[in-house]
Design a protein around this ligand. Sequence first.
Ligand SMILES: [Zn+2]
Length: 109
Amino acid sequence: MKIVWERSVYIGNAPVFCTICDRRSYPVKVHGQLLLAVLYDQQGVFQGEVCRSCVACGSEGIKARLQERIQALQAKTIELQTFTQTDIETPSLEEEFHVHRPYGNEMTG
Ligand SMILES: [Zn+2]
């Protein structure tokens, strides 16, 4: 895979999310042009943008960051899977109303 600096295809200075670390990343202004680091796979297919911090990490640093993120996502996946193992009771609108307004007025409308 390969990362190259390219002119931003987006309008303005809007942030993108780094494909590697998922953090917010802003384009870099060079000679009046907004540049973004773009990740391509072996076939030259666009895979997303990369933040400056990840670019500065180099190949090995990027691999380490990816491993960290993979582990965090796996932990999150396990957590979400435990949620699917039982039914989840949802509150009625009336119950919710009481939660948000314990001393509130009667529900209208
Ligand atoms: Zn990043």
